[in-house]
Each structure stands twice: as structure tokens, then as C-alpha cells.
Ligand binder design. Sequence first.
Ligand code: AMP
Length: 188
Amino acid sequence: MKNIVLFGAPGAGKGTHAGLIAEKFDMVHISTGDLLRAEVAAQTPLGRRVDAIMQRGDLVGDDVVVQLVDHAITSSPQGLILDGFPRTVEQAQVLDFLLSHHGRRLDHVISIDMPRAELIRRLRERAAISGRADDNEATFAHRLEEYELKTRPVLDYYRVSGLLISIDGSGEISETSTRICQIVKELV
Ligand code: AMP
């Protein structure tokens, strides 16, 4: 039972690839973005708290996402594929704690690397079909800024711990998917 983080900037395709891996390897896909969007759609108190933050492209508070991830881990006995979490070094540290609390550990972090121009091109392409409130021209630059400032340092955290595997995600989605599946296959 492996626990894997799929890492990448907005637009890198984490959600698509994580969904495919979960299906193929019978793992549980935990996407904090999806969990938060479900709260917003259901207009729960938490959803109302984070709606505007997400629309601006800011990160929501660590306390909120940690609570969602803790609940998801607790209710998932299978291997986990995490997408969109951790997004700060603090969240990465909390993830280590949460997993060890459940007698588990993080096995690998697969980072999908992509140049900024390609990320923006893919975000634009997705915006045309996603219907996501934060998929619009006004937030792209800000979401990428948040990534550079708060999320990219997470890569160093995992590089130091020896868990990081980086792949080039700038080719065809199917090529990237095949490469990720190969890596996961060797791990599980
Ligand atoms: P995503 O679907 O992963 O692109 O996430 C969409 C939005 O949800 C982000 O722009 C943030 O506002 C929020 N979000 C998702 N995951 C996290 C996280 N781990 N920490 C903080 N905010 C998050």
C-alpha cells in the first residue's frame, strides 16, 4: 500500500493523471481542490469561508486543508494518490505527521515539470471547458505566483528527503501519463 504525492504547478495536469492512476492501481485520489470545490458547491460554512479566496487564486489556510486531508486519510485504507496537497512546506510537514499517526508514510513524490508558457497555454485551454470559477485570465498569473512563492519550496523539502522523482510533462498528455504509470507500477 503506497502513498504518493503527484506534484506540479497549476495547469500541469495533476488532477487528470492522479485520476487515471487511482483507477488503474486501485488507489484513493485525494484532491484538496476537488474537496474544497465540493464544500463551495454545497455551500457549507467551510465552503462559504473559502469561496472568495479560491476565486482570487490565493491559497486557503493550512488549517482548512489539513482538516480535509486528515478526514480523507482516515477514511481511506487503500494506497493514496494526493493531488494539490501539500502546497506549502508546513503542509508537507503535517502530511508526514498525519501519515505516521495512521502507521503509514509517504513513499514517493512525482513532480510533473513544465515551462511557465506551457502551463499558461494549458490553463487557457482548460478554462474553455472546465467551468471552474478560478480558471480565468485574471487568476492565472496570481496562481502561478502563489506556486512559485509558497509551493515550489516543497520540492526542496522532498529532494532532501530523497522522495522526489521529476518528470518532463511538456509532451503529449498520453506520453506523460504512460511515464507516470510506469513509475507507479514499479513502486506498487
Ligand atoms: P487545485 O484544484 O488544486 O488547482 O486548487 C484550486 C484552489 O483550491 C487553489 O487555487 C487554492 O485556492 C485551493 N487549494 C487547493 N489545495 C490547496 C492546498 N493544499 N492549500 C491551500 N489551498 C489549496
